[in-house]
Design a protein around this ligand. Structure first.
Ligand SMILES: Cc1cc2nc3c(=O)[nH]c(=O)nc-3n(C[C@H](O)[C@H](O)[C@H](O)COP(=O)(O)O)c2cc1C
Length: 362
């Protein structure tokens, strides 16, 4: 499909508006971060954010018949399963397993630059094979009723032409993909490791805005380097949504502002204490199942970042002896330690990232 051709000028249906607003704020897939505990915590902070799993390799899912890899809590909806792979039939079967497990969306990773992933000829390397990606999308769409979406970069290595990413999107959209999540920097597959690939290739947000202008019938979600809500919100007059990864992992309290800022809904938690209280029964239930406490509490380490006592909170929750001693009460215990160290009432504190009172409502 050429840029702007099919459906151009078509009236935007209510369904499409709903589909677009459902991606208005997304929490990024992050290997070793966005596991089910992280997602549960993110959902405590925001009822409306769309959550993504870490990338799960299709073949691994098939080998393990899903199982624990697909476990998630009912409260996590809307939640998307991200798959890695390049074999249409494997991806189709994995997508079906994801749908049967209850995921609301299946996302194909075309943006990961890890050498391990390149060997498997998927991730960002797939951007060089748009026809193959289209085939994968076609096979997945034939297998499931939930939306199949793609997350990708704006180019590979030093390829800077807009035509490269435009043609990628056009070809994949022909296969029926309607939602594109775009990490707005190239993936340099020749020499940078994955971490460097998230910082060194320059961000080029206008490329994503140009895609949105050229393909008005498609949904575009901007990703990469967004740290403050005010900056992210600025893009929403040209784009359908934003996706935030590291900032949400490092300063999770920023998620407590999502519902009122992006959706005009009340925030589910107005104080960090609310969030801790909401996590206690979950932690207790997980411990009863034999989950190591660190697997859950590691996602709360950044809850107080930027505030007095934050270091004491992190230190307590990183201490295995402390975790073992306090069991399900570990969060309250760490909070008491931290409060004893600081004395600043929470109502007087604000989120460092936005300069806006964390407790504000719409
Ligand atoms: C620790 C870590 C793991 C990641 N794992 C994945 C992954 O599994 N799948 C994926 O598409 N992107 C992955 N990413 C990339 C993020 O989804 C996102 O595109 C990137 O971090 C840029 O967004 P940010 O600047 O808001 O963090 C990962 C990023 C981080 C920091």
């Amino acid at each position: 499909m050429a840029a702007g051709s099919a459906h151009c000028g078509e009236s935007v249906t209510a369904e499409r508006v709903a589909a677009r607003s459902s991606h208005r704020f997304c929490v990024a897939p992050m290997l070793d971060v966005s596991d089910r505990h992280f997602r549960f915590f993110a959902r405590v902070l925001s009822r409306r954010a769309r959550l993504y799993t870490e990338m799960i390799v299709a073949q691994a899912l098939l080998q393990h018949s899903g199982g624990r890899l697909l476990a998630f809590a009912e409260s996590e909806h809307p939640v998307a399963l991200q798959l890695g792979g390049s074999e249409p039939q494997w991806l189709a079967r994995a997508a079906r397993m994801g749908e049967q497990a209850g995921f609301d969306e299946i996302n194909l990773n075309c943006g990961c630059p890890s050498p391990r992933v390149q060997q498997g000829a998927f991730g960002a390397a797939l951007m060089r094979q748009p026809a193959q990606v289209a085939e994968c999308v076609r096979a997945m769409r034939a297998a499931v009723a939930v939306p199949v979406t793609v997350k990708h970069r704006i180019g590979i290595d030093r390829e800077a032409s807009y035509g490269f990413v435009r043609d990628f999107v056009g070809t994949v959209a022909e296969a029926g993909c309607e939602v594109f999540i775009v990490h707005a920097r190239n993936a340099w597959l020749d020499g940078l490791d994955p971490k460097e690939n998230r910082t060194i290739p320059p961000l080029r947000y206008p490329v994503v805005a140009r895609l949105a202008a050229d393909f008005p019938q498609l949904t575009f979600v901007l990703n990469g380097g967004l740290r403050r809500h005010v900056d992210a919100l600025d893009w929403l007059d040209r784009l359908d949504g934003v996706m935030i990864g590291r900032e949400a992992a490092d300063h999770p309290w920023m998620l407590s502002e999502v519902d009122w800022r992006y959706f005009g809904s009340p925030a589910p938690c107005t104080t960090r204490d609310d969030a801790i209280d909401a996590m206690r029964p979950y932690l207790q239930a997980e411990l009863a199942k034999g989950t190591a406490p660190a697997s859950v509490v590691r996602h709360l380490l950044g809850l107080f970042n930027g505030l007095p006592g934050a270091r004491r909170w992190r230190r307590a929750l990183s201490d295995q002896t402390f975790l073992a001693r306090h069991g399900a009460a570990v969060l309250e215990q760490a909070r008491s330690l931290m409060k004893a160290a600081s004395h600043v009432p929470e109502k007087d504190r604000s989120f460092a990232g936005t300069g806006t009172p964390a407790t504000r409502s719409p």
